[in-house]
Write a new protein. Structure first.
Length: 661
């Protein structure tokens, strides 16, 4: 985890790049939404267009039929009024006008009066219109009969002899009366023609103009309302000449019309119009487009609500379904990250019997392969290589190098079966490697029974209490060697004899400048460290047998970590013309580092706590003699020191010190 954090700190974009910008759930929801909206829009558009067209055609035809029937009814009533008026005129011309009028009014109760222009037998004056009044009509409707005489004076004031329909309601206090003015046929007896007008109740026509979805009404050629479902318009003799359709009708040249238009209020209307009474009146039938399309609009809204509900349920289903996929993929992503971080022990379970399940099985199989493969490679180096953090070529680093070796391994292995050699070596290496890894070290390689490791050559060292990286690396290396001492004592517990001989080992450490890099060919690469620092560490390890010691460090390591250690300086040695001071590590000085060492020992597998307290820390050896006694190491022969070895020779000034050891 420490290494992972360091990499993320150096590459802050890694975490951001790992975030999913477009989750599968969002993609699936977007896709189904697009398909849904496209399908719904296409189908709804086609249905609306086709049904809308059929509905419009049906509405126009129905509106036209209603208008035609209303026009026919109005024409029939008005023609009857005019014919009866002419019959009355003929009756008056042939005899007793009052008797003829009474007989006529008894039969035509909706007629209020007959007004005759010019000279007649019962005329009020030679130059004034004659008025025959239906007194019973006026009395039953609580109207003054004299109003008919006053109205007669204005009926023909602007007459040009043409037929006309006039709304008389305003003159008769709002009572719905119509005046039908016409020119009578010539009398057989006198040969004269009369201009006459019949005043009659509009209820005779109102039955054909009832209220409903369609609205039919009657206007005259001046645009004045004659018959309308809105009685206020009749009472006020309202003019509708601001209506676009009526303006078109009054403009002339149109006997019948069927159209769609927008009225003065902005309402869309389907309309049908037809002339009657020779063009003196128009019957108009309209129906609002909102009413026409109310059914299809309602159905469309219901379909939309149903579709939205279906879409919502579909989105929920897709969401939860995609979450199951995303969850499985998220587990695979976490597994891939774990593998990238070098954590190959995955907690994956195959839950789906599909491509994801197959991928999960492949991931599990790959993790098993990597677990086995990891044992043949350097884990830390492999993680850095996967992350692309391993620099190509050589890199100058300050590091602490470590070597360890089993004493008399050749003679031990000759007495054992090969399988037994491998078994005891694996057990030994397992314990030793744990000590290196706990202290942050990197296993460079195994050389038979020897171990090479280093601190600081790879990655970044975690610094404690403000120590420099080089100082911390040296202290970590020595702490690992002291842990190996305790681990080896625990390993030897219960051993002894030819098949299970006691194992002794030597450790050597040196600190300084190294070149770290990938060495090898295109077929085989190995990340390692090279340089004089490595050679001196190997030299220090080999001197343990000569000096009768277990852990030796060079002067460079001692300068960095010596203040935390109990050491004993040994005779210096010469290597390649350079004098090297050597120190035997006896114990860790009592203090915080000693406490930390004891805590690290508790983390080791197969460790006997009693032995760890005896070999390191306050209860451990404090002199080189106590250390040799505890480990069973014989005192060195001073004559050996004087003989030297091929790889090195002891400094002359140190011969005496060596004899004293």
């Amino acid at each position: 985890m420490r290494e992972k954090n360091n990499i993320e700190e150096q590459n802050p974009g890694i975490e951001a790049a790992a975030k999913v910008r477009f989750p599968i759930s969002l993609k699936l929801v977007s896709m189904i939404t697009f398909v849904f909206l496209f399908s719904l829009g296409l189908i709804s558009g086609l249905v609306w267009f086709l049904v809308h067209r059929d509905t419009r055609t049906t509405a126009e035809e129905n509106n036209l039929n209603i208008n035609t029937n209303a026009a026919l009814a109005a024409e029939t009533v008005l023609e009857s009024v005019r014919a009866n008026g002419i019959l009355l005129l003929q009756a008056i011309a042939g005899g007793d006008s009052r008797a003829a009028a009474d007989s006529f009014f008894n039969t035509n109760t909706s007629v209020a009066a007959l007004i005759i222009a010019g000279t007649a037998k019962d005329a009020v004056s030679p130059n004034a219109p004659s008025v025959l009044v239906n007194n019973a009509f006026f009395e039953s409707n609580e109207l003054d009969p004299s109003m008919a005489n006053r109205y007669a004076a204005r009926v023909f004031s602007e007459s040009n002899g043409a037929p006309a329909l006039i709304n008389a309601a305003p003159f008769f206090n709002g009572f719905p009366l119509l005046c039908f003015r016409f020119l009578s046929a010539a009398s057989r007896r006198t040969g004269a023609s009369y201009e006459a007008a019949v005043l009659f109740a509009s209820e005779a026509l109102a039955d054909s103009y009832g209220t409903g979805a369609n609205t039919s009404f009657l206007i005259n050629n001046a645009g004045t309302v004659l018959i309308h479902p809105d009685r206020d318009l009749i009472r006020d003799a309202a003019k509708l000449d601001d209506d676009p359709l009526i303006q078109k009708l009054l403009g002339g040249g149109t006997e019948r019309a069927r159209t769609f238009y927008t009225d003065a209020k902005g309402q869309g209307l389907f309309a049908a119009a037809e002339q009657i009474v020779g063009g003196e009146a128009f019957v108009i039938t309209t129906i609002a487009s909102d009413v026409v399309f109310e059914g299809i609009n309602t159905t469309t809204r219901r379909n939309l609500y149903l579709s939205l509900g279906t879409w919502f349920l579909g989105v929920l289903f897709i969401w939860f379904f995609s979450r199951s996929i995303s969850g499985a993929l998220e587990q695979l992503r976490e597994a891939a990250e774990a593998i990238e971080d070098g954590r190959y022990h995955l907690k994956l379970q195959v839950k789906n019997h599909d491509e994801i399940g197959l991928l999960t099985e492949s991931m599990i199989s790959m993790s098993h392969v990597l677990i086995n493969f990891e044992k043949f490679t350097n884990k830390t180096i492999a993680v850095l290589a996967r992350k692309g953090r391993l620099e190509t070529g050589g890199t100058d680093r300050d590091a602490t190098i470590f070597f360890s070796d089993i004493r008399s391994f050749t003679s031990i292995s000759e007495k054992l079966h090969p399988a037994e050699v491998v078994e005891f070596l694996n057990d030994y290496m397992d314990r030793m490697v744990s000590c290196i890894l706990i202290t942050g070290g990197v296993i460079d390689k195994f050389i038979g029974d020897a171990i090479m490791a280093h601190w600081g050559a790879v990655g970044t060292t975690e610094q404690v209490h403000g120590r420099s990286a080089a100082e911390q690396n040296a202290l970590n290396g020595v702490r690992a060697a002291l842990m190996m001492r305790a681990a080896l004592l625990s390993f030897n517990e219960g051993r002894g004899g030819e098949k299970k001989p006691l194992i002794k080992a030597g450790c050597g450490l040196n600190s300084g400048h190294v070149v770290a890099g990938q060495i090898g060919s295109e077929e085989k690469l190995e990340y390692t460290v090279i340089g004089d620092t490595v050679s001196l560490a190997n030299l220090a390890e080999s001197l343990n047998k000569t000096f009768g010691t277990e852990i030796l460090i060079t002067e460079d390591t001692w300068r960095l970590a010596g203040k935390y250690l109990v050491t004993r300086e040994l005779p210096a040695v010469s290597d390649k013309g350079k004098t090297v001071r050597i120190f035997a590590v006896i114990n860790m000085r009592d203090g915080e580092e000693s406490t930390r060492l004891m805590e690290d020992l508790e983390k080791l597998p197969k460790m006997n706590p009693r032995l760890s307290r005896l070999c390191v820390g306050p209860g451990g050896p404090q002199t080189l003699r106590e250390l040799r006694t505890m480990l069973g190491i014989a005192e060195p022969d001073p004559r050996v020191l004087k003989g030297g070895e091929k790889k090195y020779r002891l400094s002359a000034e140190q011969d005496k010190k060596g004899s004293e050891q």
